[in-house]
Design a protein around this ligand. Structure first.
Ligand code: PLP
Length: 383
């Protein structure tokens, strides 16, 4: 047995805590790209819609239309590119599209005009992330502002919003704070210049991701745009009293006792030095367990952490249950969740919690929990 438990009450708690933090006048966009960071975008979006969130963001038109087909009627912003052939579908499904450069603006405009419709857009400004967006720093300022004004004036497009993305708002240190402040100032300067030139204001200006929601209130503007924080991971979640929404669990399937000198698993990298009680759990790298955690990471049992022994296999791994007599076949162990912090696991795997929740394989069933009861089960394997 293995299962992802998604605690919808915890998500609601995190949402309310964040709403309280940002106040009445700031809108809330929930980032639900990549299947809501592995939590299930349909279920998470439904709850956010019920809770009164203002906007959702996804990375592609496929992700957006999946939500529309599952009764999500609230505004949805696509952060990535959409192929020009799909623009009529964006309009049909009432989906907002990020516009990141002149060439895309022209494409979107042409297609919207052809479809006799208006595409709602948010202009993306590159203030230092160096990924998507109109480049506006230093020598590029005037050119960037002109490009944005051009995009806003094209037929078939309605520029409802403008946004930028921070590169280091979640990193500690003065240099990162300065960098973030520079990005924010540049964003404000671009907005002022564009609004002056156009003679009207954008309805929604937004830039605050997780790091900025936690650390830079001055950047909240009209709307915040957190992902990780909403799901309750990372150091800021701990500081703000937010809790992890996902718990990943499995059960012990077999236990054996080996004498000293026994090699465990592929490659024999771990050898017992004493009589050792080893449990096998059905969770391996095909489920999303990173092999680099072999022989290092611990799963949480009711008698404390049990260290992984030897290499993690495709479908299972072995844990040391020596001295934990009450942990038996069928006992539950937590891979990560409320008792076994994903932050520690991420550190050990030299990555970030984002990668770990996204990496859990679709063959692990997802159970949705409300009032301590399972309200929905989902298995994403082809039926
Ligand atoms: C993913 C993403 C976010 C959310 O980032 P978090 O660090 O999870 O808060 C916000 N804005 C954009 C443009 C993104 O791509």
């Amino acid at each position: 047995m293995k299962v992802i438990e998604i605690d919808l009450d915890t998500l609601a708690h995190n949402y309310s805590a964040l709403k309280k933090r940002i106040g009445e006048n700031v809108k809330f966009l929930g980032v639900v790209k990549a299947d809501a960071y592995g939590h299930g975008s349909v279920q998470i979006s439904r709850l956010l819609q019920d809770l009164g969130a203002d906007y959702l963001a996804v990375s592609s038109i496929d992700e957006a239309i999946e939500l529309r087909k599952n009764d999500i009627t609230m505004p949805i912003l696509i952060l990535g590119h959409t192929p020009r052939e799909q623009v009529s579908r964006l309009i049909e499904y009432n989906i907002t599209q990020a516009v990141t450069c002149k060439a895309k603006a022209l494409e979107y405009s042409e297609e919207a005009v052809k479809a006799n419709g208006t595409l709602k857009i948010h202009i993306k400004v590159d203030t230092g992330m160096s990924r998507l967006g109109y480049l506006c720093d230093n020598d590029f300022f005037e050119n960037g502002v002109d490009g944005i004004c051009h995009g806003c004036s094209l037929p078939g497009l309605y520029a409802e919003g403008i946004f930028t993305h921070f590169a280091v708002s979640d990193e500690a240190g003065d240099q990162n704070a300065e960098y973030t402040k520079h990005q924010f100032k540049l964003f404000c300067d671009v907005i002022n210049e564009v609004e002056n030139k156009l003679g009207h204001k954008f309805e929604i200006k937004h830039c605050a991701n997780t790091g900025a929601v936690a650390k830079y209130p001055e950047t909240w503007l009209d709307m915040v745009r957190p992902g990780l924080l909403l799901y309750g991971y990372g150091e800021f979640a701990d500081e703000l009293g937010l809790k992890p929404v996902m718990t990943l669990k499995t059960t012990v399937s077999t236990i054996k006792i080996y004498p000293a000198g026994t090699a465990i698993s592929y490659g024999g990298i771990f050898k017992t030095t004493d009589t050792t009680r080893i449990g096998v759990v059905p969770y391996g790298y095909a489920d999303g367990f990173f092999r680099c955690l072999s022989n290092k990471y611990s799963l949480m049992t009711k008698e404390g952490p049990a260290c992984i022994r030897g290499k993690i296999c495709m479908d299972m791994c072995m844990i040391d249950l020596t001295g934990k007599p009450s942990v038996d076949v069928g006992s539950e162990v937590e891979i990560f969740g409320k008792k076994n912090s994903i932050n520690k696991m991420a550190q050990m795997a030299q990555t970030i919690p984002y990668e770990l929740t996204c990496a859990v394989s679709k063959r692990v069933p997802r159970f949705y929990i409300k009032d301590n009861k399972i309200v929905e089960k989902e298995l994403l394997l082809r039926g």
